[in-house]
Design a protein around this ligand. Sequence first.
Ligand SMILES: NC(=O)c1ccc[n+]([C@@H]2O[C@H](COP(=O)([O-])OP(=O)(O)OC[C@H]3O[C@@H](n4cnc5c(N)ncnc54)[C@H](O)[C@@H]3O)[C@@H](O)[C@H]2O)c1
Length: 461
Amino acid sequence: MPTPTRRDFLRAVSTASAAALAIGLPGPAVAATAITPRRKGASVVGLRVPKIDIVRCGVIGLGERGLPTLRELMLLEGCEVKAICDIHAPSLQAGSAEVLKRGRAGVKTFGEHAESYLKMLEMPDLDAVFICTPWRLHVPMAVAAMKAGKHAFIEVPAAVTLEECWQLVDTAEETQRHCMMMENVCYGRDELMLLRMCREGVLGELLHGEGAYIHDLRHQMKSLDHGTGSWRTTEHELRNGNIYPTHGLGPIAQYMSINRGDRFSRLVSFSSPSLGMPDYAAQNFPEGHRRRTAKYICGDMNTAIIKTAKGRTIVVQHDTQNPNPYSRANVIKGTKGVFSGYPNRIYIEGRSPKEHAWETDLTRYYQEFEHPLWKKVEAIAAKLPAEGTSGHGGMDFVMRWRIIQCLREGLPLDQDVYDAAAWSSISELSEKSVAQDGASLEVPDFTRGAWEKTAPLGIVS
Ligand SMILES: NC(=O)c1ccc[n+]([C@@H]2O[C@H](COP(=O)([O-])OP(=O)(O)OC[C@H]3O[C@@H](n4cnc5c(N)ncnc54)[C@H](O)[C@@H]3O)[C@@H](O)[C@H]2O)c1
């Protein structure tokens, strides 16, 4: 299919606007075709790079997420931490202390200023860089890492804007480097088991999924000058949409083989009013405090609905601003049954003992469908210190173990740059849809057509 030109785009917009006005709608209800920029390099679908016997790593950002990342990398066989970087002196010191605790010598430290990571990227003895910094630093850091010849592993979400999503894709294709968003939830025990059940057809043909990030994080507003809340709270002042979509969405995308046989095609999104943060600020900060005077525009509950090329539907919700028990929803529904998380329950026609009734004891499903990767890495983790392997119920360790295994064996990664882009793109698309009162927007095809020919993710061990 030819790549649409700017003129095609403008023509499509004006046609949609004219049609909308003709039927009395206030504006275009259906947005125009997403532009697919011209490819600059070669596709990295199924990218294999030469085996790396000992993977030499650097970690940028040593906060809440970076420190456990560093800790785990130092436990992994075939993985050597060579450098750490943070601009906040106490965080860099905490990283150095971890390194010393494990008796590692020769780990270089960087962090004099905001671009010190570039100096770190000049190190010739560095294969992979783990980026655990605030969201808006992910793409500049990952792009620089790939351009310096390193494989880039980025925290979630990989990118904030659509433009940034394309930057990741283009740079990975130009440099032929791995670029993975580390969506750890895809390596959770339940999620891996469900992936296997979906692949084995236990739920039948898949129809619908639901993912969410519902996590009361209001306490983070108390971090003012450093720490997660210091930058994350600001995002709520700047954007109204589904600003952290990938924890719930990533596993659903893998169950449905998004970018590997199906793809996200359209999205609509609405946000509720924004009341949680102003309310929390009023209760916890004095009058005139910047947390009280700030205007929080991000609606408390954002709901995005994605339609896939095969006509399936996915609901993605985000709320970090209200009292609510934690939930990622994790619903996957097919023609033979349905699984729903938070709390876990399942119903499969012909398998579940009672008609129309959930099964809440999943023991027999774990016995039959436990993912081999989970079993294997659980046994490895059991021999290592729990402190370094138990993050998020073990999923973090499974993910990092698997990353290092893929690099050591020269295997393609389970999540590639197209997944990073597609899953992250929901952020800006939802903002745009909310701003246009729920307009239906096209999701770019970051694979540029390759999704139709790419095989689904296998059940790896
Ligand atoms: N996958 C998960 O389960 C999970 C959990 C928590 C956080 N995260 C993600 O991890 C990332 C980091 O979050 P966090 O909670 O650790 O934040 P944080 O604020 O605790 O840590 C970020 C660190 O980056 C450092 N930093 C900022 N600018 C820098 C620069 N120019 N060079 C070097 N270091 C710099 C900061 O000093 C800080 O120590 C975010 O993308 C977040 O969404 C993911």
